[in-house]
Write a protein that binds this ligand. Structure first.
Ligand code: C5P
Length: 224
């Protein structure tokens, strides 16, 4: 039906990888496709939410009716999120690079010609966007949802992660298989006092189920 249970809610979502430059032509990144985050953005928009999607570089079309903010680095992703606040819900789906090269050269590095020793790659820690938004005193979204990709002990690690990051829910998925980049996902929804295992399903179905759960949590499941 055309119910709009998320009407009037602002939902901020991050998706995709980040890209951390080493010089103008090289970067560190990961294999995140952005599919799950984009599907969630589309699903909550369909339920009437105003959606801001802060996305790293991906090969996907922007979902209909969503405000896009395109970024590259983790630090820019954090800035874009903070600019988009206040939001009622924050969903952190992006595969943020944990580290960036500590120096980004503004000229292409000559890695081979100069000197005989291999250049060392020195890294700096990126901000944790989920933890930063979760721990805000002012403007903390009422519902903060993180993702946890694990290869083992998925639910136990998700509980620990939820405490460490300060978020309210974790969508935990087992990435020991072919989930990254694939069309399907098998997740558990971990809340403070409950763990719910969902069977393997399409990323779009995961997104719709999650959107419905958010509508229930915000107290308006039927769009009244
Ligand atoms: O610690 P880990 O990377 O496993 O945590 C995953 C969750 O934290 C995801 O929701 C991801 O979007 C978020 N995250 C983040 N900023 C980082 C690292 C992870 O927002 N620098």
């Amino acid at each position: 039906n055309g119910a709009k249970p998320l009407e009037g809610q602002h939902i901020l979502i991050t998706a995709g990888p980040t890209r951390e430059p080493l010089d103008p032509v090289r970067y560190l990144s990961n294999h995140s496709s952005g599919k799950q985050g984009y599907a969630i953005a589309a699903a909550v928009a369909r339920l009437g939410a105003r959606v801001t999607l802060v996305s790293g570089p991906v090969a996907l079309a922007p979902p209909k009716g969503v405000d896009m903010v395109n970024v590259e680095t983790a630090r820019d992703m954090l800035k874009a999120c903070e600019t988009a606040l206040p939001a009622d819900v924050f969903i952190s789906v992006a595969a943020v690079a944990d580290w960036r090269p500590s120096i980004s050269a503004n000229k292409k590095l000559k890695l081979k010609d100069e000197g005989k020793t291999l250049p060392a790659l020195s890294l700096a820690e990126n901000p944790d966007i989920l933890a930063t938004i979760s721990k805000k005193r002012k403007n903390r979204p009422g519902l903060v949802i993180g993702f946890a990709a694990e290869t083992h002990d998925v639910e136990a690690l998700a509980q620990a992660k939820m405490k460490r990051k300060g978020c309210d829910w974790i969508v935990a998925n087992d990435v020991s298989g072919d989930v990254m980049g694939g069309a399907e996902n098998e997740v558990s929804l971990v809340t403070r006092d409950n763990v719910e295992h969902w069977p393997r399903m399409d990323k779009t179905t995961v997104a719709r189920n999650l959107a419905n759960r958010i509508a229930v949590a915000l107290g308006n499941p039927d769009g009244q």
